[in-house]
Design a protein around this ligand. Structure first.
Ligand code: FES
Length: 327
């Protein structure tokens, strides 16, 4: 049987029952992957026609269900089919790892947001915007997005403490400097597309600022000169944080425009309303944009819907099944 792979128009001869990711890798086709276990979402590709067998689908929460996407690592070929690889020139491969880390700081950012800094025993390779699973104890495990860049011996995460949240309650009350944490990752497909040279819309809700900071830092580090329009939505004045980091990034990347949007109340230099309202006020057409969306699922879904209507192609909206809500 055969698989036809777009957009490179390659026909692969494969045996029935073979794993799709293995077949693509065996033929050296540019496919992103990391965990090879159905968790990270990076190997997502489109089944254009034909049928395949999937396992582990229930582990995922796709942005648009039944949209024909499959996870290559969880897909087994049973008949000839056509597969489309997303953005082959943006494929990233970071082998998933489990690393030992130590808490080096738990810093207060707002009344309910903490910045968690971990020192890692070995480097973790990841792309800006990706996330990792943090295991504080066998019972306290949660995904958080990295705010920094790969390459150093530190990882930075932003944690919003949720009332009665089991894991965040543990972080608030019991986590100490010097504690051990297991980090597994990287995970996620909402990473910075480095080959794109056009305008970027970056929308962060609450601690969704962490992966957006990583993405903007990635732009600066890579010497990209894309215009970036960053909308940071928070509930009220007391939830605003990270403005010094954003100002610093604006100094380094003058093409970065930052809009802090308060859902209620006012604050000098900030806007009021919802991020979707602010975007709709500022833009009539987002044709040619790439959109990176990170925050609570309702905000991400409303924003994805809006930007889609304003002309951003569905394949150019990046938001992970895990939305980095920090809850
Ligand atoms: Fe397939 Fe992670 S490599 S979901």
């Amino acid at each position: 049987m055969e698989i036809f792979v777009r957009p490179m128009q390659r026909t692969l001869q494969v045996a029935a029952g073979v794993n799709l990711l293995e077949a693509l890798r065996a033929h050296q086709l540019p496919v992103s992957y990391s965990c090879m276990a159905g968790r990270c979402g990076t190997c997502r590709c489109k089944l254009v026609n034909g049928h395949v067998l999937e396992s582990g689908r229930d582990l995922q929460r796709p942005l648009a269900p039944d949209d024909g996407y499959v996870l290559a690592c969880q897909t087994f070929l049973t008949e000839s089919c056509t597969i489309e690889l997303p953005e082959p020139d943006e494929a990233v491969v970071h082998a998933a790892k489990i690393l030992k880390a130590t808490v080096i700081a738990v810093e207060e950012q707002t009344h309910d947001i903490k910045r968690l800094r971990l020192k890692i025993a070995k480097p973790l390779d990841y792309s800006p915007g990706q996330y990792a699973q943090l295991q504080f104890t066998p019972d306290h495990i949660r995904p958080y997005s990295m705010a920094g860049l790969a390459g150093g011996d530190e990882l930075e995460f932003h944690v919003r403490l949720v009332p009665d949240g089991r894991v965040t309650g543990y972080i608030a009350e019991r986590l100490q400097v010097g504690d051990a944490v297991r980090v597994s990752g990287p995970l996620g497909s909402a990473y910075l597309r480095r080959r794109h040279t056009g305008p970027m819309l970056c929308v962060a809700g609450g601690t969704g600022l962490a992966p957006i900071l990583s993405i903007v830092r990635g732009v600066v580090a890579a010497g990209m000169d894309n215009p970036i329009h960053l909308y940071f939505g928070v509930r009220s004045e007391r939830d605003v944080y990270g403005r010094a980091w954003l100002a610093d990034l604006q100094r380094q990347h003058p093409q970065l425009q930052v809009h802090v949007v308060l859902a209620s109340g006012t604050l000098p230099g900030c806007r009021s309303g919802l991020v979707t309202q602010a975007i709709a006020q500022d833009w009539r057409d987002l044709d040619g944009f790439r959109a990176y969306l990170c925050g609570a699922p309702p905000m991400v879904e409303a924003t994805a819907h809006l930007v889609r209507q304003m002309g951003v192609e569905a394949d150019h909206i990046y938001a992970d099944a895990f939305y980095a809500s920090g809850t």
